[in-house]
Design a protein around this ligand. Structure first.
Ligand code: HEC
Length: 174
């Protein structure tokens, strides 16, 4: 009796798993590294660049790598949502287009998330063991982000978003 019910249940689960494969969700399309990417600037030294690549870039860049299980529902739903949300919050592939104050803010957020061990997302670490950051690695990233903030602050603003520049333009620019 129980054996038969288990067989029904099992068949039911298999059928559901097959049917949901027709609704896998759209994984944001992976692309190769654009020139606007943070790591393309050459301003991120090793080993920081490798750590960001291994621990953050699947979600926070256009270079997402999708292992097979992320192509299969229901995992694909979770992955698609995480990557979409992560890119919305912070897409490091669009780095050079950010105004100076946005770069400073982003680095501040990175310091916060990494410093507190909030990122990478815990669910990601259950599968990507190599993405786990040790306390020492987290400190290296936080220290780098602070130094990079100082460097950016000391540079002249190349973006048009700068308010002073906008004023200059209004007051007599073209
Ligand atoms: C599995 C996907 C994934 C990985 C890997 C990942 N993140 Fe995130 N990250 C997210 C998602 C989703 C959000 C938005 C929701 C949230 O804040 O939890 C986010 C948000 C953030 C934010 C914005 C928080 C805010 O206050 O606006 C920062 C900064 C961040 N991540 C940094 C990192 C860094 C640095 C790494 C690598 C060390 C990393 N993340 C790895 C998925 C990921």
């Amino acid at each position: 009796m129980i054996g038969r019910w288990l067989r029904y249940l099992f068949s039911g689960v298999v059928i559901v798993l097959i049917v949901i494969q027709f609704f896998r969700g759209e994984l944001p399309e992976p692309q190769s590294r654009p020139a606007t990417d943070l790591l393309a600037t050459g301003e991120v030294p090793e080993p920081i660049a490798s750590m960001l690549m291994t621990s953050c870039y699947d979600c926070h860049s256009v270079e997402s790598k999708y292992p097979w299980y992320s192509q299969v529902a229901p995992t694909s739903w979770l992955v698609a949502r995480d990557v979409r949300e992560a890119r919305e919050e912070m897409n490091l592939s669009e780095w050079t287009g950010l105004p100076k104050r946005k770069k400073i803010k982003t680095l501040e957020n990175i310091k916060e998330e990494v410093g507190e061990g909030e990122m990478p997302l815990p669910i990601y670490l259950t599968i990507h063991w190599d993405a786990k950051l040790s306390a020492e690695q987290r400190k290296q990233i936080v220290d780098w982000a602070s130094a990079y903030q100082d460097k950016i602050l000391s540079q002249p603003e190349p973006d048009q978003d700068n308010e002073e520049e906008d004023e200059d333009e209004e007051n007599g620019g073209v």
